[in-house]
Design a protein around this ligand. Structure first.
Ligand code: NAD
Length: 297
């Protein structure tokens, strides 16, 4: 294997230490403790573990966190009321509603109800709009984490051919947008591929940086990339799940095969995942800071 492994878990640790320092400073200088509420509706096991990990990390960094678990049959109106309550709560700076929500709840309506100043997931249309315009806002956590991974690994994006697979609102579209912005970790030439892309391999084989967020286990093999590519594997797929045994987590990229050709590659697990949670903490800190600035202005 020739590739440098971009270890998100280690980069995330470094950033978390920086955040913990900043949290301490904010408490000492302004007596503000950043507060995050996570709202989970239902009992989806994957969502439960994501929410638990977010609250645990918040605690480790000195961020006050509150975990609200609601029954799957919670009505949309009740959820909207809860969000409205946290919009008014001065001890809470970030509100995270774990997706997906049960089918009877309109996700868009709930995300829209969150105060944009507390939208630490960066999903509110106000923040999405600001991101597209290149204005200061809460960046969505996974795309932001990918940018940090690239810049802290010394990967030059300016002028690079960046090919992204996946056009979801939480990964593909925002990461494409951020990479084409005139900013650090941007200035790339971006191609966004999806299920209707005619010749996927034509695009992936000319990528300098390939970002895969399709949710298809090991869909990218050595034959799909060029020598020296940098690969960011966002996919998280559980394979080999049995009633008794634990599933194995794999990405959208065949790690061993692609690593033999790549200059750098992220593993799954331990790549993008830890960065997503870290960026959520960074956004919560930013939200608390901004609330403090409003108080003093
Ligand atoms: P999604 O299902 O909303 O979107 C997947 C996208 O991939 C779609 O736009 C689809 O057009 C495209 N796609 C699917 N199969 C394809 C194919 N064969 N060829 C070309 N395009 C294809 O998924 P998502 O929410 O963006 O997540 C994608 C993956 O990333 C999932 O595995 C998810 O678990 C993972 N994820 C990881 C993190 C993390 O922090 N590590 C965060 C978010 C998502």
């Amino acid at each position: 294997m020739s590739a440098t492994v971009i270890r998100g878990s280690e980069i995330a640790q470094t950033i978390r230490a920086e955040i913990a320092e900043e949290v301490k400073k904010l408490q000492q200088e302004q007596q503000i403790t950043p507060g995050l509420v996570t709202i989970l509706v239902g009992e989806d096991p994957a969502s439960q573990s994501y929410v638990a990990a977010k609250n645990k990390t918040a605690g480790q960094l000195g961020i006050h966190s509150k975990q609200l678990t609601l029954p799957a049959e919670t009505s949309e109106a009740d959820l909207l009321e809860i969000v409205a309550r946290y919009n008014q709560d001065e001890t809470i700076h970030g509100i995270l509603v774990q997706l997906p929500l049960p089918r009877h709840i309109d996700e868009g309506k709930v995300l829209f109800a969150i105060d944009p100043a507390k939208d630490v997931d960066g999903f509110h249309p106000v923040n999405v709009g600001k991101m597209v315009l290149g204005e200061q806002c809460f960046l969505p956590c996974t795309p932001h984490g990918i940018l940090e991974l690239l810049s802290r690994s010394g990967v030059e994006t300016s002028g690079a051919e960046v090919v992204i697979i996946g056009r979801s609102n939480i990964v593909g579209k925002p990461v494409a947008n951020l990479m084409l912005q005139k900013r650090d970790s941007g200035n790339a030439t971006v191609t966004l591929c999806h299920t209707r892309t005619r010749d996927l391999q034509f695009h992936t084989r000319r990528a300098d940086i390939l970002i895969v967020a399709a949710g298809v286990a090991q869909m990218i093999g050595a034959e799909d990339v060029k020598e020296g590519v940098v690969v960011i594997d966002v996919g998280v797929n559980r394979v080999g799940e049995t009633a008794s045994g634990k599933a194995k987590l794999v990405g959208d990229v065949d790690f061993e095969a692609v690593a033999a050709k790549a200059a750098a590659i992220t593993p799954v697990p331990g790549g993008v995942g830890p960065m997503t949670i870290t960026m959520l903490m960074k956004n919560t800190l930013q939200a608390a800071r901004q609330a403090g600035e409003l108080q003093t202005s």
